[in-house]
Structures are given as C-alpha cells and as structure tokens.
Design a protein around this ligand. Structure first.
Ligand code: ADP
Ligand code: MG
Ligand code: MG
Length: 902
C-alpha cells in the first residue's frame, strides 16, 4: 500500500500542516493549520488535500483507497481534541462542518455544510446537554436545509425557481407571527425539520441520512463536486486560476455562535480594506451562525462601534488575536470568528483584498511600524492600482442602486459625468460659452481632428476602437476618463441619440462613464477629484492636510530609490509637461508635433494645398513661429530636462476637411477653387493609411517640413538658453525602416540646426535619433545606429507592423481572441514580449553593437504598463515614457523590476 498522506490534522500541538502549504491544503486549510500552530484558538479539524480532488476527477469521482482509514483516524483526532464524539447519544455530540478551500480564495464560489452529525437522536442530546432546546433544533433545521441544498442538490436551478426550504420557513414565521428566524421557538423548529425532511423525500426520493459518518462523506463529496460548478468555473476563467488546481476539503469541529446571547459570529478586517486606515473593522451578530452575517437576513452590528462595550473581554482577546495575525502574516487579514459562550474561536484568516488606496496606505504604514521593509511594500502593491489615487472617482454612495447601461473597454481610468455631445465642434462651442460645462463626447471613434472637442470634454465614450485607439491613447494622455469599443451603445449622429439597454439618450442628456470599469451609466453619478493631484498640480490642497498624498509621496520616494529605469512622459503642451514633472517625469519621451498643428489648422491646410516648393515654404513660415513658441513653452516647463520631439508623423489626409461645405470655406479663404481642394483631398486619400505616406516618408518627400520643424526646435532652444534655462532637445525621426531614410532626414536636420546656431552664436547640445517602429528597423538597427544617437521604441506602431494588426479595427475580434485564449492579453495594452519584445531585443543588441552607449527608451503606450515596464528593465533600456497620469505606475513598476532582479 502506498503511503501518500491525504489527510492533514490541525488543532494545537498535533497540527501537521502550515501556512506555506496552500497548493496542497488550500488557502483556508493552510491558514487554519498555521493559526493552530501559533497557538490561536482554532476548533480542531483536518484537511483533505487538493490531490484527492484531482484524483476524484481523474477517476470517475472515486477516492483513493487509503483515504477512508486516514479520515477515520483524523476524525478520532478531532474527537479526542474536543472531548466529544460524533453521533454520541450519551454526552454532548460532536458536530462538524465540511468546508471548501482552494489555493487562491474563491469567495462564495464553492460550498460548505455546517452542523454535520445531527439526527433525530443527537439533536435531543444536544438539547438536553446544552440546556437550550431552541438552539439544538435551530442547528438541526439549518443542517437539513444546507445538506439538502448542497449535498442532495436541491438548490433552485434558476432565478424563478422557489427554494422549498425558504418557502417552508416563511410559512412557519407567518404561522408563529415572527419576523426573523431567530425568534422562532423550538416547537416551530421541530415542525420545520419534519417538513424539510418530507420535502427532501418528495423531491429526491431519498430518506434524509441519519448516520453521521454517511453525512460527513456526503459533505466531502459535495465540496469536491462544487469545484466544477458553473460559477466556480467562470470565476476561475476570469481570474486566471487553473482548473486542475482542485479544492481541498476541511472538516472541522463546530463551535456555536447561536447558543444564546453570550454567543456571536462575525467577520473582520484587521485594517480597513477600502482606505487602509488602521484599526479593526467588521460585522458581528449575536446568537447566529457564520453564514447569517453575509446572508443579510439580519442587520449586523459594527465591531468597531459596539463590540468593546457589549463584550469587553472578548473584544480584548479578539483585538489581540487580530494583532498577532497581522504581525505574523505582515499584511491586512480578513478573518472569520465565532464566540461560543464568551469564548473566541478563529475560523479563517487570509490576506485581505483591497483597493489601491488601501494597498498604498497599509503598506506605507506597515513600513513605518517596522512590520515590513520598503522593498516588501513596493513589491506587493499592484502597480496599476496607483491610477486609482489620481483619478476623480464615483463614490460607492453615488453608485448605489444603479445598473450600468452598457460596458466597454476601460481605456482611460477615471470617472466622468457630463452632457452628451456628438460633434467635437459643438462640444467646443458649448465649452466656450461656459468653461464649467461638463461634457461627455460620444463618438463612433475619434480622430486627431476631434482633439479640441476632446480637450473640453470630461470623458470620451466611443462605440468602436480598442484600448490603443486614438480616443484611448490621446484621451488617457489628457487625463480624461475613456470608455471605448462599447459596441452595446448605438450612436446615431443624425438623430443625435445614443441608445443602450433599450434607453434612448439625446444630445444634452446626462451620462456617466467609469474608465476604471468600462461601465456606462444613465444620468449624473457624483464624483470627487483626487487628493494627489490637488496637492501636486492644482495646489488646492496642502500636503499636510492630505493623508492619501503623504502615503503616495512616501511610496514614490522609496520607489525612486530602487528603480534603475528613468521615467519620462508623453506630453505635447507646457501644461501637460508641468503635470508630468509634478508626477515625477525626468524628461519628455515623446512630443507629438502634429497636435500643435491642429491649433493652427488653417495655416497647415494652406501648406498642404500648396502646388510647389516655393508656395509650400511660404505657407510654412507662420507655422515656424507657432511651433517655436510651443517648443519654447515645453523647454521652459521642463527646465533643463531632455525633451524628445518627434517630427511630423500622420498622413496629410488627416488634416484636410472631408465635408463639401468645409472644403468650400477653405477654398474661399485660400482664394482657390473648391474643385481644387476637393481634388487634393481625393489625391491624399489612402487605402491603408497606417502603412501610407506618413512618418519620415513625408519629411523625405517634403524636406521643407522637416527643415521648418528642426529650425523651430533649435531656435526655441537657443532662445530659452539665452533666458538662462538649459535645453536638451532630442529630435526624433519617425518610422524609418532603412538607414538611408534616417540619413536623409538627419542631414536636413543637422543643416537646419547648424544654420540656427551660427546665426545665434550659441549651440545647444541636441541629439538626432529615431523612433523604432518597423520590424525592418529592428533587424537593421546596427546600420541605423551608425547615424542615430538614440532609439525610442514606438511600440504602438511596432505592434501594428509586427503583428500585422491595425489598432483601428482590431476591436472587432480582440475580445473573441481573448476569450478563446488565443491572445493572453491585448497586445496594445501589454507588450507582446514573445514577438514584439523579441524584435526590440534584436534592435537593442544590434544598436549597442554599433554604438555601445546609445540612449534607449520606449514611448509607446506600453511605457506605462507594469509588465511591459519590467520587460524594458530587463532589456536594459534607459527610460520608459508614458502618459503623465501613468508615471507613478511606471515608477513603481520600475522599482519592482529592480527588486525582483536583486
Ligand atoms: P466560505 O468560504 O464561503 O466563507 P466557509 O467554509 O468559510 O465558507 O464557511 C461558511 C461560514 O460558516 C463562515 O462564516 C464560517 O465562519 C462558518 N463556519 C465554518 N465552519 C465552522 C465551524 N466549524 N464552526 C462554526 N462556524 C463555522
Ligand atoms: Mg469563509
Ligand atoms: Mg508611430
């Protein structure tokens, strides 16, 4: 016979397992063992391992042969530890619970049966020996009900199904003239047990089992079976828990919170899971069993409010135990307990789930309390959760009683409420009239032309486009709440309506979008601004009055101490740049110059419509001045930090008007025929704009554009340097695939720069480098690096060109791809390390071979994604660049990468 150990005992000194054995014992079992080991009051019990669950499913729901003997032995162990016997008809009988518990907690997904061991005989003994008839019969009716539901499968199968037990209970309460279960007297409970058993017989054809050991095995089987119930399967898929982990089963001596008014049961957090504030919070109920607290039948009391007065001794012990647990696990604990005749019993503990706020606050506090090291604090906070601290939020209060109209991709974190507008121009007009107007821009998708409308909106809702669509990228960079790709909303521009969940909203109606969750709500959900931004940016709050900010600041300074990667921001305006510096930016990694053109679109259009070089040059003159002003603003805001400026990138058709009326207006303004405008617009149209006449291809065909931009950058640098501010412009050529393309642009840039410096009599130390966004650029990086002084990975385009997927329309199939596990993640949100990452690796290696100290960065949206940041750390990049509001995420993730490596 093999000697596999399938059963682990827990209870005082004889405890077999410990807290590190979660894969084998499940989280609940491992932590029960750990609590017993460190001397906390845990009712004795045993854990059947997850290996038995695996065996059970691999062998037609049979158990390993050795199991029975091991269970019998462990049951004898419980009897000994508790001084009671299962099925005892002389002394107080032992009752047990049969509880599920997987490696990771799956709250409420699997089943538990309480009060096992009761039958028509033991209930009488329990009544006599406890001196409380009502209590005994209350346990018995609960047991029959739970056993019927869980083991005998009498759960209602759908929402409209009635639960026979609930119906009988209701009828009984009516007959007795009471409102709550706990007021039902013993005689009624006795009747209920008989009626419950009759219901079992009529629905299942089975007699209710009287033999306690048969009941135990029924419970064990039901718990193993619940691993494969529908909600558990769905939950595992959602949370990435493998189906083959299996659950453990915990059989544990019952303790009673329902034995009168000196008994109670409750759940508690050792610190607040929403805010992280110190101090125990939780709920408890007198004269109740565990499931009553969560079931919401009776309104529980708040531990922090009244437990110290109502049960001073228990409170003292409980707070001591809570402290011991926190010290032991070095983390917030979420516990279950029961008080039987004033004696405290601990029934469960686990690391508490919590918000980003609670993560930061509790981790920082615990470092200051000497409980954990800064490294541990940094390592355990999910970096993405930091965005919660920066965004205006819908408060829990505001969301009460609301159901979302629809759900899209949660592309730009933040909560926004506003009036619906469909046309960016109209949104802008509304805002110009009233700068306090709250607007939600609702569009099929957005384009660079919509920028001004986006700027004045609180949030952006689109029906198509994914997490890296224009709306998501630009909206997020501007700090807007963005929900995109929400195809459940039907937008009708003509009728000016948006329809979702059967509800029709008109232009001007209020709508609320939650960029954290992707949910869209009807009407106004109230929001509040983030404390961190009030301190750092708007300066409407002082640091000493801002506890959330203080913790945030502390965490950030620790992170900065550990990280090796520098962080930069993608910013196009001085305002964005200032915000970026406030949030820790050490430079700008990407300025998209075309965004500046939209503020002077008329002049830019004149340039596009020019027939020849001379006219084009003339049209470029006013633009040079505007651009120079913009760059000066950026240099001043960045105060000596490096600024990477990308030359014009998008295809020209994005800048010209497509409607006949607008074309006519433009023709009149320029004094040319509207046919000519229309013809030019037609000429510029491309079948495949992503791969079209864009990037350095524009600057090569129209070198005067590159010349103008380089001149503007250098003149701005010179001017600002004369003001006494240091400048480090990094001029970035977009999209070359050949070294020859880069070389061409470099020559134009350096000539222009030389001219400016000669005239000014001073020189700025500038660099010329390139954005790596084509696979060909990666594999020929050694040649490109002969000329380029820096590489910045444009991973948005590198993902598009590397995967052959356009981010403009991948929204139609990406969900399907993720559901089928074809793609583990959205490649525009988190870097495809195996493919795109490999291309980057090639580029890094080849680039360094030619130019060992080449400056390397990333400026795609991935620069703010934790997993991608860690990857960039491993690649040995110098910096990551991301939207200003993602800077804290990048700083923390970079520190985590450094700590993980150490
Ligand atoms: P879940 O994982 O759904 O919380 P549990 O196994 O933790 O399920 O049990 C459900 C409820 O029953 C909890 O409130 C728990 O504290 C209570 N409970 C479980 N076992 C016992 C026991 N041996 N004595 C008293 N209460 C128990
Ligand atoms: Mg529990
Ligand atoms: Mg690009």
């Amino acid at each position: 016979m093999s000697k596999t150990k399938y059963v682990y005992f827990f209870g005082g000194e004889n405890t077999d397992g410990n807290g590190s054995m979660k894969p084998l014992l499940g989280g609940k079992g491992a932590n029960l063992a750990e609590m017993a080991k460190i001397g906390l009051p845990v009712p004795a019990g045993f854990t059947i391992t997850t290996e038995v669950c695996t065996y059970f499913y691999a062998n037609g729901q049979q158990y390993p042969l050795e199991l029975k003997a091991q269970v019998d032995a462990a049951m004898a162990g419980i009897e000994k530890a508790m001084g009671k016997k299962l099925g005892d008809t002389e002394g107080l009988p032992l009752l047990v619970s049969c509880r599920s518990g997987a490696r990771d907690s799956m709250p409420g997904m699997m089943d538990t049966v309480l009060n096992i061991g009761l039958n028509d005989k033991t209930v009488e003994v329990l009544a006599k020996k406890s001196g409380d008839e009502r209590f005994a019969w209350d346990c018995y009716r609960r047991f029959v009900q739970m056993y019927g539901r869980v083991v005998l499968d009498m759960k209602p199968k759908c929402k409209t199904d009635h639960c026979p037990f609930e119906d009988l209970l209701e009828a009984k309460k009516k007959k007795a003239g009471v409102d709550v279960d706990s007021d039902l007297q013993a005689e009624y409970l006795k009747e209920l047990v008989v009626e419950f058993k009759a219901a079992v017989k009529s629905q299942t054809g089975l007699d209710f089992p009287e033999d306690p050991m048969e009941q135990v095995w029924g419970g064990i089987g039901a718990v193993f079976s619940s691993w494969m119930n529908d909600r558990a399967i769905v939950y595992r898929r959602m949370n990435g828990i493998p189906h083959d982990w299996g659950t453990a089963v915990n059989v544990q001596a019952m303790v009673f919170g329902n034995m009168g008014e000196t008994c109670a049961t409750g759940v508690a957090f050792t610190r607040d899971g929403a805010t992280g504030a110190k101090g125990i919070v939780g709920d408890y109920l007198f004269n109740a069993q565990g499931e009553d607290v969560v079931a919401g039948i009776r309104m529980p009391k708040k531990i922090e409010v009244s437990m110290a007065q109502e049960m001073p001794d228990v409170w003292e012990e409980f707070s001591k135990v809570a402290m011991i647990l926190e010290k032991h696990y070095k983390d917030i604990q979420d516990v279950e307990f029961t008080i039987e005749n004033k004696k405290l019993w601990m029934l469960q503990t686990r690391n508490a789930k919590r918000t980003g706020f609670a993560h930061v606050r509790s981790a920082v506090d615990m470092v200051n309390e000497g409980l954990i090291t800064p490294e541990r604090a940094i390592a355990r906070i999910p970096a993405n959760d930091l965005t919660q601290l920066l965004q205006p939020v819908f408060s829990g209060e505001g969301l009460k009683g609301r159901t979302p109209l629809a759900k899209g991709i949660n592309a730009g974190p933040g909560a926004a409420t506003g009036q619906i507008y469909f046309q960016p121009e109209e949104a802008e007009a509304v805002w110009q009239k009233d700068n306090n107007a709250k607007i939600i821009l609702v569009r099929h998708e957005t384009t660079p032309e919509d920028l001004r409308g986006m700027k004045v909106s609180a949030g952006i809702l689109t029906s198509s486009g994914g997490a890296a669509s224009h709306a998501a990228l630009v909206g997020r960079q501007m700090g807007k709440a963005v929900v995109c790709g929400c195809d459940a909303v039907k937008i009708d521009y003509k009728a000016e309506t948006v329809t979702a969940a059967g509800k029709v909203l008109k232009k001007g109606d209020w709508i609320s979008i939650d960029g954290f969750t992707g949910c869209v709500y009807d009407g106004q959900v109230p929001t509040s601004p983030s404390e961190v931004l009030q301190v750092l940016f708007s300066k409407t709050l002082k640091a000493e009055d801002a506890p959330v900010y203080q913790c945030f600041h502390q965490l950030m300074s620790w992170s900065d101490r550990y990280r090796k990667l520098a962080v930069r921001a993608n910013a196009d305006t001085p305002g964005e740049a200032e915000q970026a510096v406030a949030l820790g930016a050490q430079g700008i990694g990407l300025t998209r110059t075309e965004h500046m053109f939209f503020d002077h679109i008329e002049d830019f259009r004149a340039m596009i419509l020019a027939d020849n070089v001379e006219d084009r040059q003339k049209a470029l003159e006013p633009l040079l001045k505007y651009q120079q002003d913009d760059f000066e603003g950026l240099f001043r805001a960045m105060n000596g930090r490096p600024v990477t400026i990308r030359l014009l990138d998008p295809p020209l058709h994005e800048f010209v008007p497509h409607e006949a009326k607008e074309q006519e207006a433009l023709a009149n303004k320029l004094g040319i025929s509207k046919e000519k405008v229309a013809q030019r617009v037609k000429d510029l149209a491309e079948f495949n704009p992503m791969l079209g006449h864009r990037g350095c291809r524009l600057g090569i065909v129209y070198p005067e554009i590159t010349r103008m931009q380089a001149t503007a950058i250098c003149q701005a640098a010179v001017k600002v340097m004369k003001e006494g501010i240091d400048c480090h412009p990094e001029i970035m050529v977009p999209l070359p695939g050949n070294a020859s393309e880069f070389k061409h642009q470099e020559t134009v840039i350096r000539e222009a720069a030389q001219k400016v410096f000669e005239k000014a009599g001073i020189t700025s130390d500038y660099m010329v480098g390139t954005m790596i966004e084509l696979p060909r650029a990666c594999v020929t990086a050694d040649k490109i690096a002969e000329h380029a002084e820096f590489f910045s990975f444009g991973t948005n385009d590198l993902t598009q060109t590397g995967l052959g997927i356009s981010r403009d329309d991948y929204g139609t199939y990406i969900n399907e791809y993720q559901e089928l596990d074809i793609f583990a993640a959205d490649p525009f949100q988190t870097l495809d390390q195996e493919g795109v990452g490999e291309l980057m690796k090639i580029a890094v290696e080849k680039g360094k071979k030619t130019r060992p100290n080449i400056k390397l960065g990333i400026c795609g949206e991935h620069g703010g994604d934790p997993a991608s940041v860690k990857f960039c750390h491993k690649l040995g990049l110098n910096y990551v660049s991301c939207s200003p509001l993602r800077l804290p995420v990048a700083r923390l993730a970079a520190a985590q990468a450094a700590i993980e490596e150490a």
